[in-house]
Design a protein. Structure first.
Length: 286
């Protein structure tokens, strides 16, 4: 069999698995596609032979690509953007694995976003895909023992977050509803997700940008956000759901939200660059 044809067939056979790995690593379908496509490009340029473990090689390369993307995301405090790679038709077995990847709950993805890149990689590869620690260790540049500790630390954080974060899917739905209502200019829909006593508190920089100070009451806050939030994206900020306002490709404003009893009770707008630089910010996928 022609070597290039062999590699193409092996890649297609592993594509769904690679997408599952990348999606759990990155929490973004478009970024997962980018990572998988990069793995294919590296495979097509490699000296990998038919006698090698192509599946293991592809998993390792995809994990390295995802780790680089996570580190880049952390350093830039924004979600990296890249071309979307259309997903080809998958075989029935691959389709089932892709379905499993897409079913990852919002609560788990939110917790994973709070992990350091190396912790996330160790946890995802070992606990979700049963990759041995001695194979993960070279990817993160640590010993097998140190890699085991990374996964253990990540596991404790994930397990410890479960009781407190059981309502995260509901909170994400509230955040999404707030953004959609704001963008549509739907006053009634905004009132439905705002606590009657909601408070909007901008910092000094945000107040200067918006020309307003503290605002209280659902009607007043709804009027403030009506027709706005066009550049707002759901995000995890220091481990909590929030909104990140991206303008000109840069993070300009963080809207920290307090949600209680199914409604938004407080919105803190942070636009001071010094404060934003100190946040751990990760955008959430659609």
């Amino acid at each position: 069999m022609d070597e290039q044809k062999f590699l193409t067939e092996r890649f297609e056979a592993n594509r769904a698995h690679l997408r599952a790995v990348a999606y759990r690593m990155l929490g973004s379908r478009s970024e997962a596609e980018d990572a998988v496509q990069e793995a294919w490009l590296r495979l097509s340029r490699s000296d990998t032979s038919a006698g090698e473990n192509v599946s293991g090689w592809l998993t390792t390369v995809t994990a390295r690509v995802c780790l680089d993307m996570l580190r880049s995301r952390k350093s830039r405090r924004e979600e990296p953007l890249g071309p979307h790679v259309p997903e080809p038709a998958a075989d029935p077995e691959g389709a089932r694995e892709a379905e499993v990847a897409d079913s990852v709950g919002t609560a788990l993805l939110v917790v994973l976003e709070t992990l350091a890149p190396a912790e996330r990689l160790a946890f995802v590869l070992h606990d979700m895909f049963a990759v041995p620690f001695d194979q993960i260790a070279p990817i993160v540049g640590r010993s097998a023992a140190a890699t085991r500790q990374l996964a253990s630390r990540a596991r404790r954080r994930v397990q410890g977050a479960e009781p407190a974060d059981v309502d995260l899917p509901r909170q994400r739905a509230i955040v999404d509803a707030f953004v959609a209502a704001s963008q549509r200019g739907d006053f009634e829909a905004l009132l439905a997700v705002l606590d009657p006593e909601v408070v909007f508190r901008p910092d000094r920089v945000a107040a200067q940008m918006g020309g307003t100070g503290e605002i209280r009451g659902a009607a007043a806050v709804a009027n403030t956000f009506k027709g706005r939030a066009q550049a707002a994206r759901p995000a995890v900020v220091d481990g909590a759901l929030a909104l990140a306002v991206i303008m000109g490709g840069r993070l300009r404003i963080v809207l920290r939200l307090t949600i209680a009893d199914g409604r938004i009770r407080e919105i803190e707008a942070v636009a001071d660059p010094a404060r934003i630089a100190g946040f751990e910010v990760a955008l959430l996928g659609a």
